[in-house]
Design a binder for this molecule. Structure first.
Ligand SMILES: Nc1ncnc2c1ncn2[C@@H]1O[C@H](COP(=O)(O)OP(=O)(O)OP(=O)(O)O)[C@@H](O)[C@H]1O
Length: 529
């Protein structure tokens, strides 16, 4: 079976001259009914037309204009509406690229025009992806083929998702026609694969924790955050910080978000500290469950049937700036930033996630410990090149990020890019907000049941440990504990005077990793995330 697969591995349909011919055939077939009609009418009107030459000329010009226009209209419509025609168009585009860039072998013929032979280039297409496979195997164009990925990205107005190197071939995978996967804001839900944002885009917050949303003014950031809220409010507890005091403030009147929307600076700072405190309580609760169940390793929040908690911070740089601007708040601001860092570094297992929204990103807007540990990133609207670089990182350094205002003549809102840290960014369309007369976020949220975290009902005491106590709890020598601590600190982890349950769990994880033969460095970086 494996051998058969290797022999008959389907790379797609080979590109060749037939692709141009096919396009011509389509145009002729579309023109045919008009030509028949022309013939029939001419036959009926022949005596009148022949007796008046001006009428004949007007008749011919009119007919050519009407049939050309109608054919063009139907041709365009078919390509916009039908997948089959789009596929043909993609084949023609690739053929065009090859021809215009002289990627073919001319074959000389005696007394005749030279013939053209195209190298082996295959195109495979499905709903959202285009895969172009090109043969290498010592061919004249092999060097070109190894670097053609970016050029074809422009040809298809698509996003290069990756390159696959196979023996003798190279394939480029593009995501295209992404707009077809757009969903309505009404339908945004958390499903098995994560929070569904498009038909094929899921924010898997358990595996790629925390979310960074960036959007230029009017780009659709607020609409996107509200759509996300539509899903998250159904599965967990959401806290919102709205420093602009506009987009979310009114939601505090809703039962589901009552006391969970802050607009005042000090209240917002307290909310972050409280969120971090809650994360520690969650860790303590989980540890207790682990003990009760006699488990060897601590599971994640889902394995103990606990609900996730989300902290949305809108306009993060402006919130941070106003905190740092006020001298008297400085010491407190540091604690707040340290708490946020802890949430981002340690929240995943406990089910505590941050969603940080910002406009264009400036150099010092996002401290790198925060940015580097927010795994999922989305942009909407127009951003500066610098912002794209900061948001989507090294991996997408050479990517050409486009700003598209219209698609097929219609203004498009909420278009941007989606990426998980370290992988290629792809085109993204934020869920489409229905017309206000059909559906409103506020009315929808009004129908939702308010969810609580487990400890809103019961009081759990957060245990803290001194270094000595922690080493005893971990059953390791105090000097070994110090060694782990200094390794953690080298990796950028900061500790307070006393240690929390989440610190204890992090140390436990590192010790486990070391036992399985990993180096200190590997164990520490695994334990942090
Ligand atoms: N996904 C969408 N579906 C439909 N319309 C949208 C969408 N996103 C944005 N829009 C339109 O664009 C307008 C501006 O969007 P939004 O308020 O979300 O921008 P923003 O990025 O939050 O801007 P600002 O930062 O200035 O507040 C919306 O009022 C809406 O008309």
């Amino acid at each position: 079976m494996k051998l058969l697969k290797q022999i008959f591995h389907f790379k797609g349909i080979k590109i060749g001259k037939k692709d141009k011919t096919l396009q011509k055939i389509i145009v002729i077939v579309l023109l045919l009914p008009f030509l028949l009609l022309f013939g029939f009418l001419t036959y009926l009107l022949l005596p009148q037309l022949l007796s008046n030459y001006i009428l004949l000329i007007v008749y011919i010009i009119l007919f050519i204009a009407v049939s050309a226009l109608a054919t063009f209209f139907i041709y365009r419509l078919l390509h916009i509406k039908f997948w089959f025609f789009k596929k043909l168009e993609n084949r023609r585009l690739l053929l065009r690229y090859l021809t215009e860039n002289r990627i073919f072998y001319p074959i000389k013929r005696k007394d005749k025009k030279d013939k053209i032979k195209y190298p082996a280039v295959y195109l495979k297409q499905n709903k959202y992806t285009i895969i172009v496979t090109l043969e290498l195997r010592g061919g004249q164009f092999q060097d070109k083929f190894l670097n053609i990925g970016g050029a074809l990205e422009v040809t298809y107005s698509a996003d290069l998702m990756g390159r696959i190197d196979e023996k003798g071939f190279v394939s480029y995978v593009y995501s295209a026609d992404t707009i077809l996967g757009r969903i309505s804001a009404k339908d945004v839900r958390v499903v098995d694969k994560g929070l569904m944002l498009m038909e094929d885009v899921f924010w898997d917050y358990v595996h790629d924790p925390h979310l960074l949303v960036a959007g230029g003014t009017g780009g659709g950031k607020t609409v996107l955050l509200r759509s996300i809220l539509n899903a998250l409010l159904r599965v967990g507890v959401v806290e919102i910080l709205d420093p602009k005091q506009s987009d979310f403030e009114s939601y505090s009147q809703l039962d589901v978000l009552n006391d969970r929307v802050e607009i005042d600076l000090v209240q917002m700072m307290n909310k972050i500290k409280q969120f971090k405190e809650n994360m520690e309580i969650r860790y303590a609760t989980m540890r207790q469950f682990k003990k009760d169940r006699n488990e060897k390793e601590l599971g994640n929040f889902q394995s103990y049937d606990l609900k996730p908690a989300f902290l949305i911070i809108d306009e993060f740089p402006s919130f941070r700036a106003s905190m740092l601007e006020q001298r008297e708040l400085m010491p407190e601001a540091e604690i707040v930033m340290a708490s946020l860092k802890q949430i981002i570094l340690k929240g995943r297992q406990a089910g505590f996630f941050a969603i940080i929204a910002t406009q264009n990103v400036k150099a010092d807007d996002l401290p790198s410990t925060l940015k580097d540990n927010i795994m999922t990133r989305i942009s909407v609207g127009r951003l500066s090149q610098f912002s794209y670089e900061v948001i989507f990182g090294e991996e997408n350094k050479n990517k050409y990020f486009k700003y598209i205002e219209q698609i097929n003549g219609e203004r498009v809102y909420g278009r941007g890019y989606y990426g998980v840290f370290g992988s290629p960014a792809r085109e993204f369309f934020s869920p489409l907000m229905p017309k206000p007369e059909e559906w409103e976020y506020y009315d929808e949220f009004e129908t939702l049941e308010r969810l609580e975290l487990e400890f809103d009902k019961q009081v759990t005491v957060v245990k803290t440990y001194t270094g000595q106590e922690l080493s005893e709890e971990l059953a390791i020598d105090y000097r070994v504990f110090k060694k782990y601590k200094s390794e953690f600190e080298t990796a950028g982890q900061e500790f307070e005077k006393t240690y929390s349950t989440s610190d204890l769990i992090m140390f436990e994880r590192a010790i486990e990793c070391r036992k399985s033969g990993k180096t200190y460095q590997e164990a520490i970086s695994e334990a942090i995330l």
